[in-house]
Design a protein around this ligand. Structure first.
Ligand code: HXC
Length: 513
């Protein structure tokens, strides 16, 4: 048997190390056109020269005589910085066993998660692989479960961001699903539990990968993804932008930036239309309130009737939740409730104050919503707001009807400062509906039913169609001129910076799922 002798001289050993490193990072396997390599992606993501790799010489475990045992085993792992702050990153290499997770690959990924948890820094996963490595059997399944366990341990402790840059198939899609945010690339990324071929074989349905779990489907229909990027560079830029709003872990504060004024010239006093049923774009209000008018919307294409966004106020990160009257009158349906609930819980976990803007006709009624579980699933948003202990500031812009009033950051769910515009209408329901319920018989018996109806509607509007009954009880702290909204919010957030909210000890709550 021949053995390879190590060179004896120190200089030879150094040369041999360099040759081995060069072989390990070679990455000369063919890859799909238009795709960056696993290492190039890391270079695009991190600050130049900041990457320190872990496990470069880890090799694929042998799976038989003469089996290929590439260095790295199909995943590049390590740490570096983004805007000078530490992050951990893994990048799957689809040119090695299709980017699938074997034993060595899995151990490297899990070790990186452990390092991120020990050092309290965000972890970013660049996914481009076939999931559990078939030829390594149960070991790959075990390591996926180990990874998911780390994802859960890290949840609410360090920010976790998944970028899907190719396939993310089978059970492997569940790891990104547990992370906080998922970014996908239009036309290039796919996420599904079972692919088109299996679906056709099992159910007879014919579909494509794009229709099933492409970036657009995942962003707009399933809500599995939070950001849609035009290409890989934009996807990685999105991660950098997202992190700029976040603390590195739940014990730190987000970075503090120099305050910037919002754009001038947005006529807040005139933004709410005179006619109650008329739509307007809530984004115009939000832009007039946050620094530089900049919003990073989360799940922009999913449930657009509610807006969730990260922004800055006086250079400090805030999470904005706002009904969007320009889509389905800003109603809360199942998707909107779940979208907002998850965002509220994320902000609360990472100490980001919540800024809520309400213009909501209530929870959506209808057979399909009821049968799909709007009670159970809509309750998530109530739970999330009531559970959140970060500073909470709410502005009621126009309608705050019924459950919509209660859930959208009401005082009763624990908001700290509640403001209302004079256009606010805080009531159990709108005037037409209320008059119909309370005075149906009177109207039917009246000589001039329409005149009576109009009179009753006007009377209801006078008493219930304003913010003042709520303000009289202290449910609203101040009714403010729209043009003063930013000034009030800034003062409120400053006052709440030191907020403490001790909670009784428990293992954990039981949010309806
Ligand atoms: C081993 C794999 C692999 C896998 C792909 N390859 N997936 N090798 N294990 N899971 C290999 C292929 O054999 C091929 O090798 C190379 O990667 C490229 O694959 P292609 O099929 O030619 O590429 P493409 O057409 O781009 O399709 C990619 C794909 C498809 C969509 C990922 O390969 C696929 O569907 N793979 C199986 C996905 C899957 O079902 N995985 C198990 C999930 S279960 P050669 O040598 O020919 O280049 C799971 C459990 C997790 O992950 C548990 C979580 C709790």
């Amino acid at each position: 048997m021949t053995t390879t002798r190590l060179p004896d001289r120190t200089a030879d050993r150094v040369l041999a190390l360099e040759a081995r490193q060069a072989r390990a990072v070679a990455g000369d396997r063919p890859r799909k056109r238009g795709k960056f390599s696993a290492r190039e992606r890391i270079d695009l993501l991190l600050d130049p020269g900041s990457f320190t790799e872990t496990g470069l010489f880890v090799r694929a475990r042998p799976t038989g005589d003469g089996a290929d045992r590439p260095y790295g085993d199909g995943v590049v792992t390590g740490c570096g910085t983004i805007d000078g702050r530490p992050v951990c990153v893994f990048s799957q290499d689809s040119t090695v066993f299709g980017g699938s997770m074997g034993e060595a690959f899995g151990e490297k990924t899990v070790a990186l998660m452990d390092l991120a948890l020990r050092t309290g820094c965000p972890v970013i996963g660049l996914n481009d692989g076939g999931g559990a490595r078939i030829q390594e059997g149960v070991v790959s399944l075990a390591l996926y479960a180990e990874l998911v366990r780390r994802n859960v341990q890290a949840s609410g402790v360090i920010p976790q961001i998944s970028v899907v840059l190719g396939p993310c198939a089978g059970g492997a899609a569940y790891s990104p699903a547990i992370t906080d945010f998922t970014v996908m690339v239009d036309g290039a990324s796919h996420m599904f539990v079972t692919g088109p071929e299996v679906i056709e074989a099992v159910t007879g349905e014919r579909t494509s990968a794009e229709e099933l779990g492409g970036a657009r489907t995942s962003n707009s229909l399933s809500g599995n993804a939070h950001f849609l990027a035009a290409d890989e560079t934009e996807a990685l830029d999105t991660v950098r932008e997202l992190l700029s709003y976040l603390p590195v872990n739940n014990l730190e504060r987000p970075p503090q930036y120099a305050p910037l004024p919002p754009p001038s010239g947005i006529p807040l006093d005139e933004i709410v239309p005179d006619r109650l049923g008329q739509a307007y774009d809530m984004r115009d209000i939000l832009r007039a309130v946050v620094d530089d008018g900049e919003l990073l919307e989360i799940q922009e294409l999913f449930a657009p009737n509610v807006i969730c966004a990260l922004a800055l106020v006086e250079g400090m990160s805030v999470g904005v939740v706002a009904n969007q009257p320009a889509h389905a009158a800003g109603v809360l349906d199942i998707d909107a409730s779940e979208k907002a609930a998850r965002f509220v819980r994320f902000c609360d976990a990472f100490g980001i104050p919540l800024l809520t803007f309400a213009d909501v006709p209530g929870y959506l009624s209808g057979v399909r919503q009821e049968q799909a579980g709007i009670i159970r699933r809509g309750a998530k948003l109530l739970y999330a707001y009531a559970e959140a202990t970060v500073p909470k500031v709410t502005v009621v812009i126009r309608k705050a009807y019924g459950g919509g009033y209660a859930v959208m950051g009401s005082k009763h769910l624990g908001a700290d400062i509640n403001l209302a515009w004079p256009t606010a209408r805080i009531a159990v329901m709108g005037a037409e509906g209320a008059v119909g319920v309370l005075h149906r018989r009177d109207i039917a018996a009246a000589e001039e039913p329409e005149a009576l109806r109009a009179e009753l509607v006007a009377a209801y509007e006078d008493t219930h169609g304003t913010p003042y009954p709520a303000a009289e009880r202290g449910y609203v702290d101040a009714v403010i001129a729209p043009r003063d909204t930013r000034a009030h919010i800034c003062r409120a957030l400053r006052a709440l910076r030191g907020k403490r909210a001790p909670m009784p000890e428990r293992r954990h709550g039981n949010i309806p799922l």
